[in-house]
Design a protein around this ligand. Structure first.
Ligand SMILES: NC(=O)NCCC[C@H](N)C(=O)O
Length: 253
């Protein structure tokens, strides 16, 4: 059974960072229900989950994807581009190490958020801009190139993270809502989707795509392409620039 790391929301979630959107009040009770529904969707589709111990003092800690990049047997522990989020990494590192992963770390002056890293087979696109800097990308390249990965920097200015702009379908096609993609030509193959949140999919296996309820037209498009959307409402996390990808880290070994 494949495993995903998850992390329970902090009671201070509503104080999470917002950068590119207006702050809107977050309903903590609803967020907690939506988080449970997200976890239930993983379980329903055959995933087991391992919880990273929660960290109350970090409002954004639920966005566990940002703490690491997992490739092969290696977990590269990120160094958050936002100071406020640096403390999230330690417990995430312990949890993934306990799953048997070898550990490397992004170190000063490098910064990198897992949300900036899109892996498509051995091709690894890394968004450079808001949270991830050139030194962080270089350190990731040093860690992953010996494993055969091709790490490619791409610009990110219009949104928080690369994966706020694009993710990929199981066949490797990069999908994005074009007004928010800095450079669609940076990707080997690109297809546009009709909604911002339609650009965010988590591959659950067997052509199932976990996606947000806020992108119904994109879900229809994916269904026409032969995929099965698994839809969850994550409105409270979207208010903090979170999307379906950020709420878990899938472990593939
Ligand atoms: N990977 C992601 O897209 N993470 C979302 C992080 C949102 C959080 N409010 C932040 O600004 O860091």
């Amino acid at each position: 059974m494949p495993t995903a790391l998850i992390r329970r929301p902090s009671p201070r979630l509503a104080e999470g960072l917002v950068t590119h959107i207006e702050r809107a009040p977050v309903d903590i009770g609803l967020a907690s229900t939506q988080w449970q529904q997200y976890v239930d969707a993983l379980h329903r589709t055959g995933w087991s989950t391992v919880e990273v111990p929660p960290i109350e003092e970090c409002p954004d800690s639920v966005f566990v994807e940002d703490t690491m990049v997992v490739y092969g047997d290696l977990a590269v522990i990120a160094r958050a581009g936002a100071n406020e989020r640096r403390a999230e990494a330690a417990a995430a590192e312990e949890t993934v190490a306990a799953q048997g992963y070898e550990i490397r770390r992004i170190t000063d002056p490098g910064t990198l958020d897992g949300g900036d890293v899109l892996k498509i087979g051995a091709t690894i696109y890394v968004g450079q801009g808001g949270r991830t800097n050139a030194a962080g990308i270089e350190q990731l390249r040093e860690a992953l190139a010996p494993l055969g990965a091709d790490v490619r920097a791409v610009p990110v200015q219009k949104v928080l993270h690369l994966k706020s702009a694009v993710t990929a379908l199981p066949d490797g096609t990069v999908i994005g809502y074009e007004p928010l993609v800095d450079d669609p030509s940076a990707f080997d193959s690109f297809r546009s989707v009709p909604e911002e949140a339609g650009a965010h999919v988590v591959l659950l296996g067997e052509d199932r795509l976990l996606m947000a309820a806020s992108a119904p037209r994109s879900a229809e498009l994916f269904a026409e392409l032969g995929y099965t959307p698994v839809v969850v409402d994550i409105s409270e996390f979207e208010k903090l620039e979170g999307c379906v990808t950020c709420l878990s880290v899938r472990l593939r070994r």
